[in-house]
Design a protein. Structure first.
Length: 581
């Protein structure tokens, strides 16, 4: 049985910030230094060696035989550039080939040479070597760990230095959850609309934007409207409820909704084509009642607004959800032939008023499409269960808004322990929800069990207040350091000759930043993606990197700040870049 071993490429106190990765790849070898070289005698022919760089596994190779203790000079002539003496001895191991573990990037926390045991999933490395990345899961271990953390905690915040790809990573986590493990941010429009929502907080963002508030309408009036998060939760809750319904119920509701949408278009076309711009309807007593003069259907909020013309010439607006229209129509079909009285009609349809034109609307709809709907229902045999889906709400720059003001009473409901009905709270505008709207949150708002929240933030952002402890304890936290994401980010550089250079410069510049300010001020690889737009590293320094580093060291004495910036400039702009221009 083959074993899997790990070998670092950035070990040794003499390495001068250099990695041995390129030497390994070019020569199909692996070697361990003076400290770890005696462990190489455990490796046999056919065993697998994982090349790790920092905390990531980057390549896997297959050993061709036992190790050799050799003089470093035998491996490569110019090894003096890496700080070794000719007399240094290393353990050398040849491999058949190296296979890139681009999508896996297994996180490892052991240093030097080691055998990969339980918890490191050694079989996955073997799959990568034998199959490449074609038949291996697409999610990286980082993504898998974050995804599992979110599924467990319901709320997750990605924090870390700027430019580490936190927003991009949040979208990948969301896509991986929605698509059941497929690692992609190429999300279809309908999936984004229905299962993934994205918003960016800022100082002007408030409760009315996020939850609900009184807002102006197209007809220059004001009404209670749901905010983006409440609207999103309604979609999630509808799916949660539908997933527990019988398939025949879902099929019937879908058919009725399709015909209602068609009827709304019919009515508006008829109004536009009539001389008086009215659509006449009959009430319970079979006499004309307030005619319809327009219908609006907001597919985003799922609200249908029916406008009728009152006797005094003013408009009346009845606002119902599409779900309510479907539900009430199905109730209407149960009682329409019994010639109900007003009270009986209202009670059966569960409405408190407007019975005349509500009846008139359903009567007109049933007269035109009722029989056709029944015929289709009878012919429908392939009923499908509604699958319970996961919904992910992404809040970018979550700490740039006033969370206490934005969340309001949701401060309680957002707690992972109070997902579902047990976390129901009365919102500030709850009493303004009309009974006839049949609002799913009429009795109070709560966050459905299938809703997950991801926030992103730069913890060093000095323009915003820090989160208080009550908010922090409601989220799981994960720091995204620059070395967790730079491989994937730098792969997007158009000039592939820049990838290794950018990687080395990023490591060196962050090493210096850590020494002077702390690792929380490290910069991410996204800054180096500007090389796709810049002429060279010098242009990148002037247009992007100088600005952020100047802000980092603004509080330093002038002379000290200028010395630091000159040192950073020398790292970014060096003679070795000239051959790549």
């Amino acid at each position: 049985m083959s074993n899997v071993f790990g070998c670092g490429v950035s070990w040794g106190e003499h390495r001068k910030n250099k990695s041995y990765k390129d030497i390994f790849l070019q020569n199909n070898i692996a070697f361990a230094g003076p400290v770890d070289r005696y462990s190489f005698d455990k490796v046999k022919s056919g065993d697998y060696i994982v090349m790790k760089q920092g905390t990531k596994a980057v390549y896997v190779g297959k050993s061709t035989g036992g190790y050799k203790a050799v003089n470093i000079k035998i491996i490569i002539d110019n090894f003096r550039d890496y700080g070794f003496d000719d007399t240094d001895i290393v353990a050398l191991m040849h491999v058949e080939k190296w296979v890139n573990i681009k999508q896996y990037n297994e996180l490892v926390d052991m240093k030097g040479f080691f055998k990969i045991g339980e918890g490191q999933n050694p079989n996955k490395f073997i799959q990568y070597y034998e199959n490449g990345d074609k038949e291996v899961m697409n999610d990286s271990i980082l993504l898998i760990n974050l995804k599992n953390k979110l599924l467990k905690s319901k709320n997750l915040i990605l924090t870390g230095a700027p430019g580490t790809g936190k927003t991009y990573l949040a979208k990948k986590i969301a896509a991986s959850i929605v698509f059941d493990g497929v690692d992609t941010v190429e999300i279809k429009d309908n999936i984004i609309k229905n299962q993934i929502e994205f918003v960016q907080f800022h100082p002007s963002y408030d409760y009315t934007d996020f939850v609900e508030g009184i807002k102006p309408t197209k007809d220059k009036s004001f009404e209670r409207q749901d905010g983006i998060f409440k609207t999103f939760c309604k979609s999630a809750l509808k799916n949660f409820i539908d997933s527990h319904k019988k398939p025949i119920e879902i099929a019937i509701e879908k058919i009725v909704q399709e015909y209602l949408e068609k009827f709304i278009d019919d009515v508006n076309i008829a109004i536009a084509g009539s001389n008086d711009e009215k659509f006449p309807i009959l009430g319970l007593s079979k006499v004309p009642v307030e005619p319809i003069i327009g219908i609006e259907y907001d597919t985003f909020s799922s609200y249908v607004s029916i406008y009728t013309l009152k006797k005094d010439g003013t408009k009346r607006k009845t606002r119902l959800t599409m779900d309510r229209l479907v539900y009430s129509y199905l109730r209407y079909t149960e009682i329409k032939d019994k010639q109900p009285k007003t009270d009986e009609f209202n009670k059966h349809l569960e409405i408190t008023g407007h019975h005349s034109y509500i009846h008139g609307f359903y009567n007109a709809f049933d007269q035109k499409y009722g029989q056709e709907i029944q015929d289709i229902i009878k012919q429908t045999h392939n009923y499908e269960n509604i699958k319970l889906k996961k919904y992910v709400f992404i809040i970018d720059e979550i700490n740039r808004g006033d969370l206490n003001k934005i969340l309001g009473e949701l401060f309680y409901a957002i707690d992972p322990c109070y997902r579902g009905d047990k976390g129901r709270v009365k919102t500030q505008y709850n009493n303004l929800i009309d009974d006839d709207e049949n609002d799913i949150f009429k009795q109070g708002f709560y966050i459905p069990e299938n809703v997950y929240i991801i926030g992103t933030m730069n913890d060093i952002d000095r323009s915003v207040e820090s989160m208080d402890f009550a908010i922090r304890r409601r989220f799981a936290w994960q720091e995204i350091t620059y070395d967790m994401t730079y491989d994937e980010i730098l792969d997007n550089l158009e000039n592939k000759d820049y990838i290794k250079l950018a990687e080395d410069k990023l490591n060196e510049i962050n090493s210096k930043i850590t020494e002077l300010l702390g690792s929380e001020y490290n910069i991410g690889a996204s800054y180096f993606l500007k090389l796709n737009e810049c002429d060279d590293f010098e242009d990148l320094w002037k247009s992007d990197l100088y600005g952020i580093l100047f802000e980092y060291f603004r509080s330093f004495p002038k002379d000290e700040r200028e010395n630091c910036l000159k040192e950073f400039e020398s790292i970014i702009i060096s003679n070795e870049d000239s051959s790549n221009k």
